[in-house]
Design a binder for this molecule. Structure first.
Ligand SMILES: Nc1ncnc2c1ncn2[C@@H]1O[C@H](COP(=O)(O)OP(=O)(O)OP(=O)(O)O)[C@@H](O)[C@H]1O
Ligand SMILES: [Mg+2]
Length: 303
């Protein structure tokens, strides 16, 4: 049996020590209702610098609602939300950004036909010359974008190419480097690997780790326990708007995390439903006891 706790990076072994510091962002019993729909309830979460906090959960579990509160899109309706230990209530994403909380949404806010360097500075362009002849400082923007991307280990052939020609994974990486350059302390990534293949997901995971190495606190939203376990220091699993699990890396194995995500009882119910459908041989499906048992990954687990 392999030891899944080793992970792919050295920092995981320090996770207990690094939680001694103060969290940048903290939720205490936080929740959100939309009218009489309670999307989120009683959630505790701490985000520390130099750590990747993974938020996992099925569709509708409340992941996006959680990050909307932290990123300033929505306000919490119960509990407390603290930044640097002080209670806050943001009215706009700009206020969150001013506190160093940057969010990379899955449908990245980029202009596909504009060059990579132009997208890197979108909304915060560098200019030169006095008013009223102030104009874009293209050379400095290109040079800075190139340097910043290289600092993160991202090498692109040509920063003049439209960002739309980059792969989804590369665009995510540019967005991460951009947030780091503009001084983010907390970086929120909403399902950055959801639409990506194995190889591109690996690239994005690498830059999540790179952002942590630069001292950021990363909130990584994902459906995928394998991706979470590759880079995560802390794991919070949401189910139907409440926190089902909150565990440090040292307290949970990949098998346990996968099992939490799979929801053994729900899979059993699904098996029952499938048994009503013609053509599905439920004898072939794993039994209830298999679904709630830890998932075997080693060769010995396969019959
Ligand atoms: N603006 C809204 N008004 C009413 N209900 C909402 C609103 N936004 C979310 N909800 C409800 O809140 C619950 C949580 O939704 P949320 O989008 O946070 O889930 P999620 O975990 O991000 O799901 P997914 O994986 O599908 O993105 C859902 O039941 C959803 O229908
Ligand atoms: Mg969502």
């Amino acid at each position: 049996m392999t030891d899944n706790r080793t992970g792919t990076h050295g920092a995981v072994l320090q996770d207990d020590a690094s939680t001694d510091g103060a969290p940048i962002v903290e939720l205490r019993g936080a929740g959100k209702s939309y009218g009489n729909i309670r999307a989120l309830h009683g959630v505790d979460l701490k985000v520390f610098p130099d750590q990747v906090t993974c938020v996992l959960g099925d569709n509708g579990a409340g992941k996006s609602t959680l990050i909307k509160i932290i990123s300033g899109l929505h306000q919490h309706t119960e509990g407390d939300f603290l930044v640097d230990g002080a209670p806050v209530r943001f009215s706009t994403p700009r206020e969150a950004l001013d506190k160093g909380i940057a969010t990379v949404y899955q449908d990245l806010a980029t202009v596909p036909l504009m060059p990579v360097w132009r997208n890197f500075f979108l909304g915060s362009e560098m200019t030169k010359g006095p008013w009223p002849v102030r104009r874009l400082d293209i050379a400095r923007m290109k040079e800075t974008a190139d340097r910043e991307l290289r600092n993160m280990g991202i090498v692109l052939d040509d920063l003049d190419q439209p960002i739309g020609t980059l792969s989804g994974g590369q665009r995510q990486c540019v967005a991460i480097a951009r947030a780091v350059y503009f001084g983010a302390r907390v970086l929120i990534l909403d399902e950055p690997t959801a639409a990506l293949g194995v190889k591109q997901s690996g690239v994005v995971l690498k830059y999540i780790a790179a952002a942590r190495e630069r001292g950021l606190g990363v909130i990584f939203i994902t459906h995928n326990p394998h991706h979470a376990y590759m880079v995560g220091d802390h794991f919070s699993v949401l189910r139907l708007g409440t926190l089902e699990l909150s565990a440090e890396r040292s307290d949970i194995t990949l098998e346990e995390l996968t099992n939490h995500m799979a929801g053994g009882a729900e899979l059993a119910a699904l098996k029952h439903e499938l048994s009503q459908v013609r053509g599905v041989d439920t004898e072939e499906l794993p039994g209830e006891e298999d679904l709630t048992a830890p998932v075997a990954t080693g060769p010995e687990g396969k019959s």
